[in-house]
Design a binder for this molecule. Structure first.
Ligand code: TYD
Ligand code: MG
Length: 451
């Protein structure tokens, strides 16, 4: 009998060790190293090949023929946009996201919409639960088969019978293979089951969509190698208390990672949001102080986002600074710039900042809107509703240029804004725009222009 071989894996980062340790030396996490049984490996010479299949031939670039039709449209505009077309045949896609964000809903909705034969394998929910969910989604597709199974050998048996065009697995952490002893969700199971599915995908040219759980710090649970093994890694994110969800590509072997999909979670499933700017700006009748609109870019997509600020006298000794959807450190930096470079006395004030819609913004071009919203709340003087902002602020209080400013200006113009504030250093051809473009150099200029 072959001797069973065990190795120690860090459950957080996937590092491999020969013996147990309390702390992983690679990711510095404590108590994450677990012993796992791995199959006995035979030592093989790399030149020997056991496969009887024909060997691939090396070709010159010019000799390679491109097949245009190797993508399957998902019938979902936002997902197609993020993928750069549709599902590439034989590709492995991994969808990560926090629990309850809507991963199963998204893939079930897609499975029910594609007019092909789909096998949806769930290791997390019963067939009845999936039926209930599909009733809410109110899309029915007789070509979509639901299987509840966690053993990959059983799944492959079902696949042989059904011959699906697309395979969906919910989730990779629930799968296990007979060839490995470790429990489902462990590093070696995840690696082995993914490898089996990858082999299936490549050999049959069937796209495989995997759902993956993420850990509390946002990484896909399981080893980083899972992300290396698949072709596309998508991340589904959003605030659970809000209805907007953003789908991003963290990795895409067949397209750009700059595209973004936006959805709204409704009682009837996920709705595609084609014009995100309109919904991210809260509808109001009268002018309120403390709000400013930023012309941001998320990936390739222009988004008009409302920034709300509240500045009030601190009740307790130490003033509070808090931000939702925006980096608190950056908020503190901007407050220091306002204090030092523009003479605002904010040291004894509480400052609260909120990005409307529950989304998170990294684009530095939002800085100018943040500063303007804070000034507006501090002065209790509203900013005109048809003004918007797109510039970064530097430590010296200088207003810095941002990338692709013309695209932002066009979006603002399209949505009916009359004035946009940008940095003086952005090169702009004014004759292209009907909207008034105000160029500023310093934070003080904004104040003089607005109030
Ligand atoms: P789910 O897809 O189960 O999340 P995940 O697979 O990422 O863990 O999404 C669950 C949430 O979505 C749940 O809290 C209910 C909500 N939801 C709706 O609001 N509308 C719907 O039509 C569906 C199916 C779910
Ligand atoms: Mg789920």
């Amino acid at each position: 009998m072959a001797k069973t071989k065990t190795t120690f894996f860090c459950q957080n980062c996937g590092s491999q060790y020969a013996k147990w340790m309390g702390q992983c030396t690679s990711c510095k996490e404590w108590n994450t190293i677990v012993e796992e049984v791995i199959q006995k490996e035979e030592k093989r010479n790399w030149k020997q090949t056991t496969s009887t299949k024909k060997v691939n031939k090396a070709l010159k670039i010019a000799e390679i023929v491109l097949n245009e039709e190797d993508r399957i449209s998902t019938e979902n505009g936002e997902l197609n946009r993020v993928l750069g077309g549709g599902l590439v045949k034989g590709s492995m896609l991994l969808l990560g996201g926090e629990p309850g964000i809507g991963k199963s809903t998204l893939l079930l909705q897609i499975a029910l919409a594609i007019p092909k034969k789909i096998l949806y394998v769930s290791g997390e929910e019963s067939q009845a639960q999936i039926k209930m969910r599909s009733e809410r989604l109110s899309v029915a597709n007789n070509n979509c088969l639901i299987l509840t199974e966690t053993n990959t050998q059983h799944i492959f048996r079902a696949i042989e019978e059904i011959q699906p065009d697309v395979l969906v697995i919910d989730s990779i952490q629930t799968l296990h293979t007979d060839y490995i002893e470790a429990s489902p969700g462990s590093i070696s199971q995840i690696r082995e089951t993914t490898a089996e599915l990858t082999k299936f995908a490549k050999e049959t040219a069937t796209p495989v969509l995997l759902i993956g759980h993420i850990t509390k710090d946002g990484a896909i649970a399981g080893p980083k190698i899972l992300e290396h093994m698949v072709d596309v890694v998508l991340q589904f994110e959003g605030d659970r208390n809000h209805s907007y969800r953003i789908l991003r590509a963290n990795k895409n072997r067949f397209g750009s990672t700059a595209e973004l999909g936006i959805y709204e979670m409704q009682s009837t499933g996920l709705r595609e949001v084609e014009n995100p700017s309109e919904i991210l700006i809260s509808q109001k009748d009268d002018n309120l102080s403390g709000t400013a609109i930023a012309a941001t870019l998320e990936g390739m997509r222009p988004l008009m986002i409302e920034v709300q600020a509240l500045v009030s006298t601190a009740v307790y000794g130490t003033p509070q600074r808090s931000a939702t959807g925006y980096d608190t450190k950056r908020l503190n930096m901007l407050l220091a710039v306002l204090e030092k470079r523009a003479g605002f006395r904010l040291g004894a004030k509480d400052v609260f900042l909120n990005i409307a819609g529950g989304i998170k913004v990294d684009d530095p071009a939002i800085d100018l809107a943040v500063v303007s919203a804070i000034m507006s709340s501090n002065e209790d003087d509203a900013i005109e509703q048809d003004f918007c902002f797109a510039a970064e602020i530097g430590l010296a209080g200088e207003v810095r240029p941002v990338n692709r400013v013309e695209q932002r200006i066009l979006e603002a113009q399209k949505l009916g804004f009359h004035k946009i504030f940008v940095s003086k250093f952005n090169k702009i051809n004014h004759s292209n725009f009907k909207i008034q473009v105000v160029k500023i150099t310093k934070v003080d200029d904004v104040f003089n222009n607005l109030f």
